[in-house]
Write a protein of this length. Structure first.
Length: 121
């Protein structure tokens, strides 16, 4: 196992890495990339759902503070918690999509690098 680690360190020390920080994409660029892929209709739907859930959360918070009995407050508090979980799930879906697209780009870069190495031999 140390042999492999030593070889990796040797290659990295020789400067043979092609990792370029300029190819890294920021979060905003990754987020806008959701609307360029095949899943853009789903991405738009998720954004619309997130806005609707946010509006419902704000309304439920307002009703929670205007409720006069404890039963209504418990009802609105439960609604706030459930809507918050729905919003978290929608956001998680978006982050997973961004991660999937980033992983696909990295795999494509590796494929191109392997093709370049094959041509050099």
């Amino acid at each position: 196992m140390n042999n492999i680690d030593d070889e990796i360190k040797k290659v990295l020390d020789n400067g043979e890495t092609l990792y370029d920080l300029e190819k890294e994409e920021g979060v905003f660029r990754q987020w806008t990339g959701l609307f360029r892929g095949k899943m853009r209709c789903w991405s738009v739907l998720v954004i619309v759902e997130t806005v609707v859930v946010l509006v419902l959360i704000v309304l439920a918070i307002g009703e929670f503070f205007h409720a006069e009995d404890t039963k209504s407050q418990i009802f609105y508090a439960t609604g706030i918690l459930l809507l918050g979980m729905v919003m978290l799930l929608l956001k998680l879906w978006g982050w997973m999509q961004m991660n999937r697209y980033a992983l696909q780009r990295e795999i494509k870069r590796l494929e191109l690098r392997i093709l370049d190495l094959g041509k050099q031999e």
